[in-house]
Design a protein around this ligand. Structure first.
Ligand code: HEC
Ligand code: HEC
Ligand code: HEC
Ligand code: HEC
Length: 480
């Protein structure tokens, strides 16, 4: 699990959070519904809350070199009187792995992947790889100074600059005008989530399929908030405050990321191009360790996390994001939590042949959207956060992280929530909690040797610490 040490290392790094929330989110969720739902539910693709993703923009990309001047974004020290840091290029070029994303396509691992897949051209000439590892826009939309080999560049996230380059240099630049001129609204949590997930989780346009992983591509593991921290962020912490509470809002980013991942999973499942690979469904949607474990190792026990007893012998849909979403939903409203449980059980049953998979996937996607809207409307009090943290742990203590993917996702989630609680100065001895998190992380270092019992033991220790430490200031939370 390579994200762990980076997460530790980057604890001090400035990072981001939500800024603008509002009706926009509700609309964005409706917009996320794939084409087969009623057209009436959709908002136009150009609506501000459902922006065209940068790689689909009709505008010209100018190239990163245009941003790099020391009077623009390439300053080595922060500009005091500027709205933005102006060091963004330096942070990106020196610390951000996105700069290397093209070069990795030339390494031995990539060449092997291409060979195993039988690709007709090397990875640096294959759209399959370039679509995620570079800014692979159509040739006619590439400016004179654009270089494909720059990797995932400023304009991959902020949108092709053809029109907004001028508006953002006006003496009194306006965010709204920039957005109108094609700047991607990375400040809107829902838009940002969709952007990062497009490469780190997959969407209907691009996906690391089971076949790609079988050929040697690393499994993607992503949690929006953790990855936003470790990128590292090239923008101001002050930008990350929730305007109502003046609190850093990373937890909302995390929660949105979970709900959106559930929704994306359902759209991949429903997509006729993506949901299948030959006679098989797309295996990447399933729990990897359902199939990939030695037969001699009898660690099977029936899965009951959504109240439905599923016996060994059935490949289960990877439900790690669903488990996270349920914890959040429960904390918002127990009835909402129950709806998630019931719908997830119906999906699992349908995936095992009892019910219509498409109907259940569609219903679950709609529910994920409801949950996101409710997240938007919820103010994240300290008690709420503690409830979420304890809820995440209790899912594990009920045996629900018996698969590695679940434990991994839960650990990133617990890390994000606890880190947030700590930033509110609500932990009496953060050092002890940090050490406990470290021990939890240590049980996940190797996915082949993951032992649920060890993991659960560390979870129990962490729970005790959290209850004891955080209890005086944020009220007690009982075990559900
Ligand atoms: C859906 C997007 C997507 C596609 C398609 C894709 N990749 Fe990746 N790839 C990623 C992401 C995201 C990572 C980084 C994973 C991480 O670190 O969490 C990655 C990581 C890698 C790595 C490991 C890099 C490292 O630093 O160790 C290699 C090698 C790689 N990809 C090669 C390829 C090749 C070759 C192809 C085409 C056959 C390809 N990828 C297609 C998204 C993609
Ligand atoms: C992987 C995606 C990604 C890449 C690549 C990227 N950015 Fe960003 N950038 C973001 C996100 C997310 C934010 C924070 C959201 C916000 O407040 O708009 C941000 C914020 C910023 C801001 C602050 C905006 C504000 O209003 O405070 C500037 C300036 C910026 N980026 C410039 C750059 C430049 C220059 C590059 C290339 C050298 C770059 N970014 C590359 C995602 C990216
Ligand atoms: C155009 C596709 C693309 C987009 C959009 C994108 N990424 Fe990435 N990202 C990649 C690829 C490919 C890599 C792998 C680079 C490598 O391993 O060298 C990567 C690597 C990373 C890493 C390093 C992971 C590691 O293992 O160390 C972080 C962190 C990250 N991305 C965060 C983000 C965040 C946050 C966003 C959204 C603001 C985002 N990315 C948007 C393609 C993308
Ligand atoms: C339904 C069962 C099933 C699920 C679920 C599944 N796989 Fe596989 N996997 C297979 C089969 C079958 C093969 C092919 C084995 C062979 O060709 O020898 C395979 C092959 C692979 C290989 C190549 C292994 C090799 O021998 O080189 C990798 C890597 C892999 N899977 C990763 C994953 C990951 C990661 C996941 C979860 C996201 C996953 N698989 C989910 C059944 C599954």
């Amino acid at each position: 699990m390579k994200w762990l040490w980076r997460y530790e290392r980057s604890k001090e790094v400035r990072h981001l959070g939500a800024r603008q929330w509002g009706v926009a989110l509700a609309l964005a969720w409706l917009a996320a519904v794939p084409a087969h739902t009623d057209a009436a539910e959709k908002v136009p693709e150009r609506a501000p809350e459902n922006p065209v993703l940068p790689y689909r923009s009709p505008d010209h990309t100018l190239g990163t070199v245009n941003c790099a001047s020391s009077t623009c974004h390439g300053s080595i020290s922060e500009f005091r009187d500027s709205k933005v840091l102006q060091t963004e290029y330096v942070t990106w070029s020196r610390l951000d792995k996105h700069t290397r994303s093209y070069q990795v396509l030339e390494n031995a691992q990539s060449l092997r992947i291409a060979k195993n897949l039988g690709l007709p051209a090397p990875p640096v000439q294959s759209a399959l790889c370039l679509d995620c590892h570079a800014h692979n826009v159509p040739v006619e939309l590439r400016g004179a100074r654009f270089k494909l080999s720059d990797g995932v560049v400023c304009e991959s996230c902020h949108g092709p600059a053809e029109r907004w380059i001028k508006t953002h240099l006006e003496p009194d630049p306006s965010h709204a005008r920039n957005i109108e001129a094609g700047l991607y609204p990375t400040d809107l949590p829902i838009a940002r989530a969709r952007l990062c997930l497009s490469c780190h989780f997959g969407n209907a346009d691009k996906l690391v399929t089971h076949r790609l992983m079988g050929a040697g591509h690393p499994r993607l593991s992503f949690e929006l908030e953790t990855f936003s921290m470790i990128e590292p962020a090239h923008f101001r912490l002050a930008k990350t405050m929730d305007s109502d509470t003046m609190r850093w809002d990373g937890v909302k980013i995390w929660a949105i990321g979970q709900a959106l991942a559930v929704s994306e999973t359902m759209s991949i499942l429903l997509d006729p191009k993506r949901g299948h690979d030959g006679v098989f469904p797309e295996l990447v949607l399933f729990d990897c360790h359902a199939c990939h474990h030695p037969m001699s190792e009898e660690r099977w026990k029936p899965h009951t996390e959504f109240g439905l007893r599923q016996s060994p012998g059935i490949a289960r849909i990877n439900d790690s994001n669903l488990l996270m979403m349920r914890v959040i939903a429960r904390q918002i409203d127990p009835a909402l939590g129950q709806r998630v449980t019931a719908q997830a059980a119906r999906l699992q049953a349908a995936s095992a042949g009892q019910g219509d998979l498409d109907d259940e996937a569609r219903a679950l996607q709609r529910l994920a959207e409801d949950v996101a809207v409710r997240i938007d409307q919820t103010s994240f009090s300290a008690a709420f956060l503690k409830g979420v943290a304890i809820g995440l742990i209790d899912e594990g203590l009920s045996g629900n992280y018996s698969d590695y993917a679940g434990a991994e996702q839960a650990t990133m989630s617990i890390g994000s929530v606890v880190d947030y609680i700590n930033r509110q100065h609500l932990l009496a001895a953060p050092g002890a909690v940090n050490q406990s998190l470290g021990r939890l992380n240590a049980t996940l270092v190797n996915d082949e040797h993951y032992r649920p019992a060890d993991y659960e033991m560390q979870l129990r220790g962490l729970r005790t610490l959290l209850v004891r430490q955080a209890v005086s200031s944020i009220g007690s939370v009982s075990r559900q």
